[in-house]
Write a protein that binds this ligand. Structure first.
Ligand code: CA
Length: 236
């Protein structure tokens, strides 16, 4: 049972354009979120279960390129860059820093829709772990996926096997929102389906062990109405 996520984040400072995009995408069955600048974009992205980002490059605070780099440190979420720049070099740079596609202003809504659907189709097929390394080492958190050891502030922390499996799944797919059922299946197997609230207590214990302040977690984020995702940076 897979409920397809059709949440799109529109990052656009020109309100007229944002409105047009919003009403068009709604008519195509998407749920839209909007952000006028980079700061808002990151806030919405961290809080919501976003399936795709439409990212304008020219923004008032930080550039679209910078937002793309920041998001790529934590997520493989599909990004389509919307650009007025016509230079081929700029477009190549966009793809190099992790955009999945780009579209040039002015564009037709029909073309935009085709690109969105194509990128979503591609990304639903290959859910690849962003994080392929054998260990995670960022800030004060260290996890060795081979020996299954975890250190917080250089001190070894003991995780139960279930806690470890949940954490490893979240970390290996940073930015992907896992439903409770998905996490239970990963950690305990299919026969435990139906006890999905049990995940919450494992998450609570994990937060006690790895977060500086479990009440304001930065590694394991709650996405309301959806589940959990890893919020830490994953690139080196
Ligand atoms: Ca703009």
């Amino acid at each position: 049972m897979n409920i397809v996520n059709r949440n799109i984040l529109i990052v656009e400072d020109e309100l007229k354009i944002a409105e047009v995009l919003q009403s068009f995408l709604k008519s195509k069955g998407f749920r839209t979120f909007t952000a006028e600048n980079g700061r808002e974009a990151m806030e919405v992205f961290d809080k919501e279960n976003i399936a795709l980002i439409l990212l304008d490059l020219m923004l008032p605070d930080i550039s679209g390129e910078e937002i793309c780099r920041t998001i790529r440190k934590k997520s493989r979420v599909p990004i389509i860059m919307v650009t007025a720049k016509a230079e081929e070099e700029d477009l190549l740079e966009g793809l190099q820093i992790g955009a999945d596609d780009y579209i040039m202003k002015p564009f037709s809504l029909k073309e935009l829709n085709a690109r969105i659907e194509a990128v979503l189709r591609r990304s639903s097929k290959d859910l690849v772990p962003l994080f392929r390394k054998n260990s995670y080492n960022h800030d004060d958190l260290y996890v060795d996926f081979e020996s299954r050891t975890l250190k917080k502030k250089q001190k070894e922390v003991n995780l139960t096997p279930t806690e470890y499996k949940i954490l490893a799944a979240l970390m290996k797919y940073p930015g992907k929102v896992f439903t409770r059922n998905e996490l239970i299946t990963i950690a305990l197997g299919d026969e435990f389906l139906g006890y999905d609230r049990a995940v919450d207590s494992h998450i609570k214990n994990l937060r006690q062990k790895i977060e500086d302040n479990p009440k304001e977690p930065v590694y394991i984020l709650t996405i309301h109405g959806a589940g959990y995702k890893f919020g830490g940076e994953s690139s080196t």
